[in-house]
Design a binder for this molecule. Structure first.
Ligand code: MGD
Ligand code: MGD
Ligand code: MO
Length: 821
């Protein structure tokens, strides 16, 4: 690697005084840093760390970081993010909003007519709108609490920039929960005492050494570990490789319980247990029924570690009020698995140490709390909880969970709150009787129904009357369900401001759009390995911000000038001073435990390695001593029955896990006569949500006739006269889209998939308009999982598919807006 220009200069500084560096010396330095093929720099990302060769101010080449032994194919999409045709180049204002401000015709939202303005004009307008909202409506008029997969980097953490600057102006409506695990993180504290979904799990070493059966339950681990919340290390893949090996040698059984043959199943070459979509709870109940009636359940474990089994058993046996015995025969008619196979699976699990590994998308459906709760009950009945290679995990597919933690502290972050109350301009916290916090997936419902009261986790939430929304680091026009409902909601908003580097659909439906630069256009640092805390990675700026884009730090420092508080905002520090300060803070936190070099050396090397931590087993301490190491549940034990939840009196989340019918369900369930195909909108193999969809050449490696693929079973394709590569229309009562058919043996009849994050590109802004690229959220349902979590239910969705006839409209999703000046 060529020595960087900065370190070369630094070398000179040591031997000479700054004044001596004349033009000739500088050009020597330049020449050394810039060898003919350019300069190599290092940076980190959700996709992993990599080095980039920069020449002539342009990224020429990207290669994986040497320590990353299993880099993701997505590195091939990075250049296309920076040089995407969809970059927001200048501050832009929606045409009618430019003319009439908050009195604009909001039904024009999404018509994609924008006017270019200067940064000062844009920031003034943004500030004036905030002032107007705070003084006219108070804090309940503003929604600014949204989050999402903003880029890695702790200095430019764009969510924190938004939250800090908005809070320095005044109060606003915030959210609780997230789209990833909304149902899981709400139910699990009642059952196992923590969210479980964001907790470190049993180390892979222990699973490999001790498990006899591993169940991948709705778990596409091989696909989903490609990305991480911090800079991903991909260390998990080493264990997946070993697992594959052990399966081949028949030393371990891995069973994927999934409607689809997943990428992981195909990679591992493991067993597949087909289940109908949304019916896992019926299957689990039947497994529990077999364990109980064949006396295979671990009575001692239940006696010692659990509470409420007696209340659950009558429901299982059909002696409770519903008078329905949850037999394998009963479950079979719902879940599609043969009764005899269910019984055999229960016996196999009872006789062999079994590790259940749940993915997240079975809780991203109506009643999503139930499979997680019932999963814990099943694990408790098996009795392996707290033993290495046994029990239940809810997150081994996420951010390297299962790779043991080094125990080191990562770098802190730019603060997301004001430093002092004195920095806050409007101090009112009068939400006019409405709630200041709402469950995140209900935010569109909130905009549409001010004053409406809903239940959420034992409390009543009253929707505030929101008139303005601000977004940064998330793309709600990709991530939220039911686009046509969103359009109606956005007609009700007076002002929408979005900060992004791309013309996402969220920008398209906004009034003021501010161009951020990408993470590759700024200096930063982050943790290397989210849960493993493997090290610290330097994120060296690769190129200068393109067009008129700015860093989020700069945007909100400039914004704070409007309040005369930019010094307080930035603490009067530059970007590099922040990078150094966060690094030095990390050094201090690890002092005496982990050796870290001085900042300059770190920045030059690009990486600090904390090494690997020891293997670990989840809930081991609880198993050893349930009194001393009691769980965080109300009783301290595993709660098979929850008195607390029971007292809420919800009909859609009762005192113990239960099977409940869905609003829509395939394979004979409600609505399947009209729309027979269950639409999965899983997490994309070749994107991070909507990020990288704009990467043109990379997108062309998977798109079909320029559209997002829909994966279909051969049977479903045949009965509809659809061939692989055909353009199809996918539709239901909620919307319609165009997609390209990919016919695949991995899919069973009645199940199709369009990956989430496909960019929304409507023909026009009207309600019901055809989506030209294929965003599945054009079709999904905006309904809470239950009154407990009120979380995202994207997987409760039925559609019909037909061959598209006629002239297909052009894809509009990646366009620049129509300029009006
Ligand atoms: N149908 C369906 N819908 C789903 C899901 C599903 O399974 N099915 N999954 C849900 C889940 S789990 C999630 S987590 C969400 C994800 O939803 P999001 O987190 O909203 O998705 P992203 O596409 O990652 O959006 C991040 C946005 O931030 C922008 N951005 C990135 N870095 C920066 C930065 O430094 N500065 C600024 N200003 N902007 C930046 C990107 O350009 C992008 O537009 O989607 C949810 N939606
Ligand atoms: N490559 C990549 N990786 C990612 C992300 C990304 O965008 N791209 N996003 C990250 C984020 S934010 C999140 S939240 C996680 C998401 O993680 P998950 O939500 O777990 O991921 P999915 O791949 O959507 O779903 C996993 C599996 O569940 C199966 N499944 C769907 N419905 C059912 C059902 O009813 N029953 C059963 N048994 N199985 C079902 C699907 O067929 C699929 O194989 O992934 C993370 N990892
Ligand atoms: Mo997520």
């Amino acid at each position: 690697m060529a020595i960087s220009r900065r370190s070369f200069l630094k070398g000179i500084m040591v031997t000479s005084t700054a004044g001596l560096i004349g033009p000739s010396l500088l050009s020597i330095a330049q020449a050394a840093g810039n060898s003919p093929e350019g300069t190599w720099k290092i940076t980190g990302s959700h996709w992993g760390a990599f080095r980039a060769r920069v020449l002539g101010g342009k990224v020429q080449e990207v290669k994986a970081f040497e320590l990353d032994k299993y880099p993701t194919d997505m590195l091939n999409g990075i250049k296309g993010i920076i040089y995407s045709p969809s970059r927001v180049r200048y501050p832009m204002v929606r045409y009618d909003f430019y003319l009439k401000r908050h009195k604009s015709d909001t039904t024009q939202r999404g018509d994609f007519r924008f006017i270019r303005v200067t940064w000062d004009e844009a920031l003034d307008m943004f500030y004036e709108e905030l002032e107007r909202i705070q003084t006219t409506y108070g804090p309940s008029g503003l929604y600014a609490g949204h989050t999402g997969w903003r880029a890695t980097g702790q200095v430019h953490s764009c969510g924190n920039h938004l939250f800090r600057s908005m809070a320095m102006h005044g109060n606003y409506v915030r959210k609780v929960g997230d789209y990833s695990t909304g149902a899981g993180q709400t139910i699990m504290p009642y059952v196992l005492g923590t969210t479980e979904v964001y907790a470190q799990g049993t180390s892979w070493e222990n699973i490999l050494n001790e498990s006899k059966i591993v169940v991948l339950w709705a778990q596409d681990i091989h696909k989903n570990l490609q990305v991480g919340w911090n800079c991903e290390t991909h260390e998990s893949y080493e264990y997946l490789e070993k697992l594959k090996d052990k399966i081949a040698k028949k030393e371990i059984r891995v069973i994927s319980i999934d409607p689809v043959k997943s990428k992981s199943q195909n990679y591992l070459n493991c067993e597949h247990q087909y289940v109908n979509p949304q019916t896992d709870v019926a299957l689990m109940l039947a497994l529990a029924h077999t364990l109980y009636t064949e006396d295979l359940h671990d009575k001692e474990f239940i006696e010692t570690y659990c509470l409420g089994f007696e209340e659950f058993v009558p429901y299982l046996l059909g002696t409770a009020t519903d008078k329905l015995e949850k037999t394998p025969e009963w479950a079979s008619s719902i879940c599609g698995m043969k009764a005899e196979d269910i019984k055999q699976l229960a016996r196999d699990m009872a006789g062999n140490r079994t590790q259940l590994l749940f993915g997240w998308c079975i809780q991203r459906q109506q009643h999503g709390e139930q499979p997680y709760w019932m999963g814990a009950v099943l694990a408790a009945m098996l009795g392996y909880i707290g033993l290495p290679g046994g029990g239940v995990s809810y997150a081994h597919h996420y951010s390297g969970i299962g790779v043991s933690s080094s125990g080191a502290a990562g770098p802190g972050a730019f603060p997301g709150i004001p430093d002092s109350d004195e920095h806050i301009k409007h101090k009112s916290d009068d939400f006019k009787g409405a709630s200041a916090t709402i469950p995140v997936a209900r935010w569109v419902d909130m905009i549409l129904n001010p004053g409406k009261t809903i239940e959420a986790n034992g409390s009543k939430i009253t929707y505030p009357d929101v008139h303005m929304a601000v977004f940064s680091g998330n793309n709600p026009w990709h991530h939220h369900q039911d686009k046509n409902k969103m359009k109606k909601a956005f007609h009700k908003l007076q002002t929408v401001v979005t900060v992004d580097y791309n013309w996402t659909a969220t920008c398209r439906f906004s009034d003021i759009v501010l161009p951020a630069c990408t993470q590759y256009e700024r200096n930063d640092l982050d943790l290397y390995g989210s849960y493993s805390a493997r090290g610290v990675i330097a994120m060296q700026k690769l190129v200068d911000p393109l067009y008129q884009s700015k860093t989020d730090f700069e945007i909100f420092t400039e914004f704070s000038k409007r309040m005369g508080k930019h010094r307080e905002y930035s603490r009067n520090k530059t970007e590099m001073e922040w990078v150094k300060e966060l690094y030095d803070g990390c050094v201090a936190a690890n002092k005496g435990k982990f050796e870290m070099p001085e900042f300059d050396k770190f920045w030059q090397d690009g990486f600090v390695d904390f090494g690997k931590g020891p293997a670990w087993t989840r809930q081991e301490d609880f198993r050893k001593d349930p009194e001393l190491n009691s769980l965080g549940t109300p009783s301290g034990f595993i709660e098979i029955f929850s008195r607390k939840i029971d007292r809420f009196g919800y009909d859609d989340c009762k005192g113990h896990p239960a099977w409940m019918e869905k609003l829509e369900r395939s394979h004979g369930g409600p609505g399947s006569d009209k729309y027979p195909v269950a639409l999965q909108s899983c997490h994309p193999d070749q994107r991070l949500h909507s990020q990288m969809c704009e990467s043109t050449e990379y997108r062309e490696t998977y798109s079909v006739q320029g559209r997002e693929p829909i994966y279909l079973s051969p049977g479903d394709a045949k009965t509809r006269g659809i061939k692989d590569g055909d353009l199809v229309r996918v539709f239901n009562e909620r919307g319609q889209l165009l997609a390209g058919a990919r016919v695949s043996d991995n899919y069973p009849s009645g199940v199709a998939r369009i990956y989430e994050g496909a960019w929304y590109g409507p023909v026009d802004e009207t309600i019901g308009s055809l989506d030209t690229y294929g965003d599945p959220n054009t079709l999904t349902m905006d309904v809470g999982t239950s009154q407990l979590a009120q979380a995202c239910s994207a997987f409760t969705c039925l559609v019909e598919v037909e061959k598209f006839k006629g002239k297909a409209p052009e894809v509009t999703a990646f366009n620049q807006p129509t300029g009006m000046g």
